[in-house]
Design a protein around this ligand. Structure first.
Ligand code: PMP
Length: 368
């Protein structure tokens, strides 16, 4: 049986033809040497336009730094601003990459749990209680991975009203899924007034544009952090490959045309997976407003026995069982700080999605 992965962070789609062709043309035209460290003007301008078109905000191209993916943008920022003893606050559940990246710098991660009663937004009182004199940075991933929840304008205002009392705390927003939405537009942090010039945005091409292998993303930072981040780029990677940047610019310039076919499949897949999971009876989940993940509560299937007598006491064990017996990969919620859950991607080819959900149903039914 061939393995089907619902664990991957990459969608099943190939990068759009128009984007692939742009990269090939750019190579033919000689975009093959070092480019400017901060990125090509054509891409920085396309990012400015993108925020103008989608979010109706004006960003200065001088604040944009092109990076080798969002991970590298985050690592750059963490290296630039975090010092030994600093604390970073992040709501939980959250993308495991934040935890991993923070472990590479001398700062401490403070995880603030979110609850179903708050619809998994960070509660302002809990945020206020987590802030200390050592807090340097607050991370918000919007839309959130793994829950697929969109923080609304009101949610963000509530968070910012707490952070208003602490102008020294940098507010970081990871917006990598902001164009993979089903229920409406995602407000960018750039739409809010940055009185203390401490808002940082990271965004990229891996998710909405199915360009995870191209390794391209960007940082939007206030002027006071720009030079340090620039220096880090210069020292470590000299800048992202220019032909990749030309292709990324084409993706942004044609974003509606590029996103539409993928969004159509994701919308159908989302409806299908939600109805199938509901049919299974004991899986609790919220319909994702964005991203291509369902974050499913699988507690009802824990503390059960597999047909060959193995006791499943965690979602890691449950995922292992599904992988070994049904060649089906899910990502255990433990990696996101939420044991008992699993992240299930529906960015699969529809035939694979149907087959994967059959396997999941059969695997769960076999437990006693
Ligand atoms: N941020 C989030 C929230 C992600 O889910 C991921 C990928 N799983 C990344 C950043 C990494 O993005 P990139 O591929 O651009 O490094």
């Amino acid at each position: 049986m061939k393995t089907i992965s619902m664990a991957s962070g990459a969608a099943c789609f190939s990068t759009a033809e128009i984007v692939r062709r742009a990269a090939i043309n750019a190579i033919q035209q000689g975009y093959t040497s070092y480019g400017p460290t901060e990125g090509l003007p054509v891409l920085r301008e396309a990012i400015v336009q993108r925020y103008q078109n989608v979010n109706n905000v004006q960003v200065s191209p001088d604040r944009i730094l092109i990076t080798a993916g969002v991970k590298q943008a985050l690592f750059n920022l963490f290296r630039a601003v975090l010092r030994p003893g600093d604390e970073v606050i992040a709501p939980v559940a959250n993308w495991s990459g934040f935890y991993a990246l923070i472990s590479e710098v001398p700062a401490k991660l403070i995880m603030v749990p979110t609850l179903p009663v708050d619809n998994y937004t960070i509660h302002p009182t809990k945020l206020a209680a987590a802030i200390t004199s050592k807090t340097c940075l607050f991370i918000l991933c919007n839309p959130g991975n793994p829950r697929g929840r969109i923080y609304s304008e009101a949610d963000i205002k509530r968070i910012l009203s707490i952070l208003k009392e602490h102008p020294e705390i940098i507010v970081l927003r990871d917006e990598i899924y902001d164009l993979v939405t089903f229920t409406g537009r995602v407000p960018s942090l750039l739409e809010f007034h940055d009185e203390h010039e401490r808002f940082v945005i990271v965004n990229g091409f891996s998710k909405a544009f199915a360009m995870s292998g191209w390794r391209i993303g960007y940082l939007i930072v206030p002027e006071k952090y720009y030079q340090t981040c620039f220096k880090f780029q210069e020292t470590t990677i000299s800048g992202v490959s220019p032909f990749t940047q030309v292709a990324a610019a084409v993706a942004l310039q044609n974003y509606q045309e590029v996103l539409e076919p993928m969004q159509k499949i994701l919308t159908e897949n989302r409806a299908f997976i939600c109805s199938k999971l509901r049919e299974m009876g004991n899986i609790r989940f919220n319909e994702p407003e964005a991203t291509y993940y369902i974050f499913a509560d699988l507690n009802a299937y824990l503390h059960k026995k597999t047909p060959d007598g193995k006791w499943l006491d965690s979602s890691i064990a449950l995922c292992q069982y599904l992988q070994e017996k049904y060649a089906l990969e899910l990502l255990a919620g433990d990696y996101f700080g939420a044991p008992g859950f699993a992240r299930i991607s529906f960015a699969l080819e529809p035939a694979h999605l149907h087959e994967a959900l059959e396997r999941l149903h059969t695997g769960l039914r076999a437990l006693s």
